[in-house]
Design a protein around this ligand. Structure first.
Ligand code: FAD
Length: 598
């Protein structure tokens, strides 16, 4: 049998050639499908292969934060996602209880739905978070990517790759025919999840550990609207005997579709044998957590998964990159996994496009690791910390040392007593619930990523000192490396977010009326660099006025200064005021950002 240059057997059917593409994406999860969608939107030839015959078959990720929604808005699919989502106002009454039908221990208004936090969320973004189960989201992403040009191949398993100076040669198993295919791409992105073979083949440096705790998912249908419709939420945490085993620390009843499709997450001891969850066992867990011993339940699926605490400290080698769970592996706490995976791909796609079009030097691609590896570390740390912070609630309730169910109930009951112990317990519960804001209202973690790399040119200003807790509160800024702040601008008829005017297909400069010379320089800069650069002048009598005067408060530059915004809506550079030669100032900044030699 013939072999390829790297020694792999050529098992192609007679007449079959090597398949070629610019970017090959392994995996069609949130990360891979977002990379495909962004690349196709940018007109870059790409192919997405995925091991199974269709997209995710379980709900998995669901909390979809504002940064992910902004990506969907940029891609023109926000309304499609919203149509399949449970909206913002229905997702936040997170309940802690002894069972769904039983007593409540307390509630925490989550995801910015509480009056004290709602304004923060509304002010930060043109779009609000919502709940979209992963098995609803993935088809939207894949459909739109494929419609825009992605060549999507299901039942195609990545086996191995080699790379050389010009590209990457990838061996792929066609799981329908059993044949091995060869795909030659200029770049390869491994978005093949937490057990990523691409990341393993690259031998990416990883920190942390896998499978530190065990969880099981049980999906079921049961209409329980009468128990939850008045306290609508996607998460109901149930403190019951046995539930403090495993990663999440309490039994979780999660809404998939209001109010008759549900998913239970229940811990198991990962150091012991794998539990067998047959229909009878699953039904018993459902009935226990719901506190409804006679409930008619249809169990629709069960699965086991490991909780991880691992992240890559470098995300790429040569022409191969990894994104998503391949580089950050952590429990679902804070709902960061899919959201961060989407942002990884948003960061990478425009850079690949710029290099493939000859607009940027290969050095731009190195900034992917520089910018996203710190995010991977941050979110893995946060999600695991949030998981562990359930212990404070267990401590407050006094159930950590409880040996029997009766002891546990006695401890939980003590919070009602008119005794010094009861009083202490009530105070401790309030303090423990307060800590959970770091999981359920961590707006700063969700939105506040800041990049330092050669794709950001400093103007010499330091990053602003946070005025509030940076994990809980997002602080908009225009210091280069920050996400472009959102403000509503427009005219008597139309209203746009500043984010809407900086789409992923271009660089954008924002200035004021006195900064017109920056806008005048933009076409010449675009022509000289061969890039798409648009100017937005905000002010009275111009196409866009500062409708609520928010932009003036947020921009942190003088009216004659400028913000240069990257295709992924990150401030790449700014000038606080006018300069003598705006054209050359912009050329210098963009040349540096794009890693172009003089
Ligand atoms: C119960 C639960 C709840 C969660 N809740 C949230 C939440 O609320 N919000 C949130 O943001 N995240 C949440 N997550 C995390 C989220 O599911 C993951 O972070 C997300 O799926 C990662 O996306 P990905 O594209 O990187 O990887 P995956 O979704 O794991 O996709 C990997 C893809 O690679 C493919 N693949 C794997 N190996 C190969 C191969 N060899 N060849 C070809 N294809 C391959 C697979 O078929 C799949 O398409 C939750 C997870 C769980 C388990």
């Amino acid at each position: 049998m013939a072999t390829f240059s790297d020694g792999i057997a050529d098992t192609r059917l007679p007449g079959a050639g090597v398949i070629e593409t610019d970017v090959l994406i392994v995996g069609s999860g949130p990360s891979g499908a977002s990379a495909a969608l962004a690349l196709s939107t940018l007109g870059i030839a790409n192919m997405m292969i995925t091991k199974y015959r269709w997209t995710a078959n379980t709900p998995r990720a669901h909390i979809t934060n504002q940064r992910a929604m902004e990506f969907f808005r940029d891609m023109g699919i926000e309304e499609q996602v919203k149509a399949d989502s449970t909206p913002h106002d229905q997702i936040g009454d997170t309940v802690f209880c002894t069972s769904i039908a039983g007593e409540e221990l307390g509630r925490i208004l989550s995801w910015g739905t509480g009056p004290s936090r709602h304004a923060d969320y509304v002010l930060a973004s043109p779009t609000l978070n919502c709940d979209v189960p992963q098995n609803y989201l993935e088809p939207i992403l894949v459909r739109n990517a494929t419609g825009r040009g992605t060549q999507t191949r299901f039942s195609s398993e990545y086996l191995s790759h080699t790379q050389d100076a010009d590209g990457v040669t990838v061996q792929v198993l066609d799981r329908v025919t059993g044949q091995t295919l060869t795909i030659r791409a200029k770049y390869l992105i491994g978005t093949d999840g937490a057990r990523s073979k691409v990341a393993a083949d690259l031998d990416l440096p990883m920190e942390g550990a896998m499978d530190i705790a065990g969880s099981m998912n049980i999906t079921f249908t049961a209409d329980i609207q009468q128990l939850v419709g008045h306290r609508p939420s996607v998460l109901y945490w149930v403190v019951q005997p046995g539930s403090n085993v495993g990663g999440i620390g309490a039994g979780l009843v999660r809404m998939v579709r209001p109010w008759n499709e549900w998913l239970i997450v229940w811990g198991y001891d990962i150091t012991g044998p794998e539990p067998v969850i047959d229909t009878a066992a699953a039904t018993q867990i459902v009935r226990n957590l719901l506190g409804m011993p006679d409930l008619e339940v249809e169990i629709t699926g069960t699965s086991l998964w490991g909780n991880n605490e691992m992240f890559a400290t470098h995300l790429q080698k040569g022409r191969v990159f990894c994104a998503g769970d391949a580089i950050h592996r952590h429990p679902p706490s804070n709902g960061l996994g899919s959201n961060t995976s989407i942002q990884d791909s948003y960061n990478l796609a425009w850079k690949l496009a710029a290099v493939l079009r000859g607009q940027a030097g290969p050095g731009l691609l190195e900034t992917y690791s520089a910018e996203r590896a710190p995010v991977a570390r941050q979110i893995v740390t946060r999600a695991n910390k949030s998981g562990r912070e359930f212990v404070q609630l267990f401590e407050a309730l006094g159930i950590l040392g409880a040996q029997t169910e009766a002891e546990m109930i006695e401890q939980i009951e003590e919070r009602k007593a008119d005794t010094p112990a009861g009083r202490r317990k009530r105070d401790a519960i309030v303090a423990a619930m307060e800590i959970k804001n770091y999981e359920f209202n961590a707006h700063g973690v969700e939105l506040g990523q800041f990049y330092t790399s050669s794709a950001v040119v400093s103007d010499g200003s330091p990053r602003a000192t946070p005025t509030r807790d940076p994990e809980l509160f997002y602080q908009a800024s225009t210091v280069p490396g920050s996400p472009l702040p959102h403000a509503w601008i427009g005219d008597a008829r139309d209203k746009y977010s500043t984010l809407d005017l900086a789409p992923s297909t271009q660089f954008t400069v924002f200035t004021g009326i006195a900064g017109q010379p920056w806008a005048d320089a933009a076409p010449a800069v675009a022509e000289r660099l061969g890039i798409d650069l648009k100017a937005v002048v905000i002010g009275p009598g111009r196409r866009y006025t500062d409708l609520y005067f928010d932009w003036q408060r947020l921009r942190e530059i003088d009216e004659d200064g400028v913000l240069l915004v990257r295709p992924d809506k990150i401030i790449a550079w700014r000038s606080l005021a006018a300069v003598d030669d705006p054209e050359n100032a912009l050329i210098a900044a963009l040349s540096s950002i794009l890693s172009r030699t003089a």
